[in-house]
Ligand binder design. Structure first.
Ligand code: BTN
Length: 266
């Protein structure tokens, strides 16, 4: 994988049709290697970087996953952190991480070389039931308002050996010809900002139905692992704010986080 595949000129060209990401005052940083793009983006946001600023790395030494896990980040993957400055209303409407997951599913439709991606609530992206990508949201509040760093890790041209430590992981290369990193980044950025700007204007219902249509676990019996308990029930759908509605023992409950898996008949 050559650095040229994600050089600043290729990135700027890929973001050429965007209205927000990488535009105006927004900064774009491309690094050969970082510990984590999340850390670098948080530092950039602290310096006052505008919404739409982006930090990219060709590999990460200490990539961060959800729930304190590590994210294996060898060359060949797309590792990006996007700086967002959502207001209270935006944060109440729909989880930005759900928008990130849906945007990546759509970007794979657009340029993924024939792979068909699905969403696993709340924001994993799978191909053929294996994990293609993860989305991480880190929210903080300072004097200037909220900062949300949206992290995106995608196994694109990642070799099978490099994927091995991630149980159940796959890459776009395993399902066809993987796109150039900049091409996938551009497709993701266009899809994401379309969703984000729509929610910012008060939209959301159409996005929820589109996200639901890409969640094969809906309608199935699932097990949801929470920090303090495990719940089994039927996944009925998403509520108006993106929570997972489960029917458990005849009653409906809404969950905002957790690890979900299908319960298969023995
Ligand atoms: C998950 O656990 O599923 C979320 C993984 C998120 C990984 C991405 S890679 C780019 C950004 N930098 C990180 O350290 N993590 C996120």
């Amino acid at each position: 994988m050559s650095v040229a595949e994600l050089d600043p000129a290729a990135v700027s060209a890929a973001l050429g049709e965007c209205a927000l990401i990488g535009q105006g005052e927004a900064r774009i940083e491309v690094h050969a290697a970082l510990d984590s793009t999340m850390e670098a983006a948080a530092a950039l946001a602290n310096e006052g970087a505008a919404e739409g600023s982006l930090v990219l790395a060709l590999e990460q030494r200490a990539g961060r996953g959800r729930r304190g896990r590590t994210w294996t980040s060898p060359p060949g993957g797309l590792y990006a952190s996007l700086i967002l400055r959502p207001d209270e209303g935006m944060l109440r409407r729909l989880p930005v991480t759900l928008l990130g997951g849906l945007a990546l599913v759509q970007a794979v439709d657009d340029v993924g070389g024939g792979a068909r991606a699905d969403l696993k609530w709340p924001n994993d992206v799978l191909v053929g039931g294996q994990k293609l990508a993860g989305i991480l949201g880190e929210l903080s509040k300072g004097a200037g308002g909220h900062v949300l760093i949206l992290g995106l890790g995608v196994n694109v041209a990642t070799s099978a050996e490099a994927l091995a430590p991630e149980a159940g992981a796959t890459s776009l290369a395993a399902h066809g010809t993987p796109p150039a990193l900049a091409t996938l980044l551009g497709a993701f950025a266009r899809r994401f900002e379309e969703l984000y700007l729509s929610v910012r204007r008060g939209g959301g219902a159409a996005i929820l139905s589109e996200a639901s249509a890409r969640m094969p676990l809906l309608g199935k019996t699932v097990r949801l692992r929470l920090p303090d308990r495990v719940v089994e029930g039927t996944a009925c759908g998403l509520n108006a704010t993106g929570g997972l509605v489960l029917e458990v023992d005849g009653a409906r409950e809404v969950f905002v986080a957790g690890e979900v898996e299908e319960v298969r008949a023995a």
